[in-house]
Design a protein around this ligand. Structure first.
Ligand code: MTE
Ligand code: MO
Length: 347
């Protein structure tokens, strides 16, 4: 059966139209003020970036779903070192509007509907937060988020995100290379894979308690060590100029732009260095449909739909369908990682 995307909830149903309009007008004017005041005159921003003010401004506090927003994290993210979009591997494609990227989400811990994460994660708690570093490393331990992030300089990366369900977005992330974190904790020579785990907390995450939930919890993902060390692979703590909203994986998530979105695991609490390939949530659920590698590949169909094209958000009156690119357009950077592999077998 071919899954049609028409069942998906249009973003207009998620936010009442009037609220949405007012907010956009407010944000537009505040973005203009901020730009006029300093950033524009400093010459840091290209005309392309300027046209994409959505990526630059900080949010009004009520626009970020979270029970509380730690001041140190807000400061760190808002004061990121490089100019917007100036990092390596950026793109000039139009950004997906903030409202779409934050109201059309897959985060099954909060439910199966695309609007569930935005509506059910409003009071998600990220303070305190800690991450356990485990397995084949010289410096294992449980570290609080502030210590995890402390030495890292944040930068902005504008990446395409291609979901295995064949919708896609362009998102300005704020984060740092995963490789920098890996090096700090000194994996030993047994470490060939890295495994990530999301928070397990059914009290906060109703999808984990639901009888209808399909995935096993906690959500798990993994990468081969060379994929994890690749400079495109980042840990993100922010997007659109501000900290991550709960529905996008606050406070810390992975972003691996050449792989289907499900590899980019959200709200990470554990990073485990391993000798063997880890089990992963979607592969455990349906190994014939979701592989460990999950590289974006227009030539290898999902058993139930083609992967040759994608619907680029925002959704409007008409779907915008574009061709899907091999490795989501990052072939020059990553193809060498898979030299000699049959990507139909290792999908
Ligand atoms: N823990 C966890 N991480 C997750 C998911 C999830 O359900 N749980 N969904 C994945 C999928 S399928 C996609 S497409 C992306 C979506 O990220 P976004 O909501 O920020 O666009 O998150 C990925 N990370
Ligand atoms: Mo996805």
């Amino acid at each position: 059966m071919l899954i049609k995307t028409k069942k998906e909830i249009p973003s207009s149903e998620l936010t009442p139209e009037s609220v949405y309009r007012q907010r956009r007008e407010f944000l537009k004017s505040s973005a203009n003020i901020a730009l006029g005041a300093g950033v524009l005159s400093s010459g840091l921003i290209s005309p392309t970036a300027l046209a994409q003010t959505d990526g630059l401004r900080s949010r009004a506090p009520e626009d970020i779903n979270l029970a509380s927003k730690p001041a140190w994290l807000l400061d760190k993210v808002r004061n990121r070192a490089n100019a917007p979009g100036s990092g390596p591997y950026t793109t000039t494609e139009s950004l997906t509007p903030f409202e779409d990227a934050t109201n059309y989400n897959n985060f099954f811990e909060f439910g199966n509907g695309k609007g569930d994460p935005a509506s059910r994660a409003r009071e998600f708690r990220i303070d305190p937060w800690s991450v356990e570093i485990a397995g084949e490393v010289n410096k294992p331990g449980r570290y609080n988020l502030e210590d995890i992030l402390q030495p890292h300089t944040l930068g902005e990366r504008i990446y395409r995100l291609r979901c295995v369900e064949a919708f896609s977005m362009v998102v300005p992330w704020i984060g740092f290379p995963l490789a920098d974190l890996i090096n700090r904790f000194e994996p030993n020579s047994n470490a060939r894979f890295i495994e990530f785990e999301t928070l397990y907390d059914p009290e906060q995450m109703p999808g984990q308690a639901a009888r209808t939930s399909s995935l096993g919890w906690p959500y798990r993902e993994g990468l081969r060590m060379d994929e994890a060390m690749h400079p495109l692979t980042i840990l993100a703590v922010g997007m659109y100029g501000d900290i991550l909203p709960a529905q996008n994986g606050a406070p810390l998530r992975l972003v691996v732009p050449w792989k289907y979105g499900f590899k980019s695991i959200k709200s990470i609490v554990r990073i485990n260095f391993r000798q063997d390939m880890p089990n992963t949530a979607w592969n455990d659920y349906a190994s014939g449909e979701y592989g460990f590698y999950a590289n974006v590949n227009p030539e290898v169909s999902h058993p139930r739909w083609s992967q040759s094209s994608e619907r680029r958000l925002p959704s409007g009156l008409f779907d915008r369908r574009i061709d899907t690119q091999m490795f989501n357009g990052y072939t020059d950077e990553v193809a060498h990682l898979y030299a000699g592999m049959d990507l139909r077998v290792d999908f």
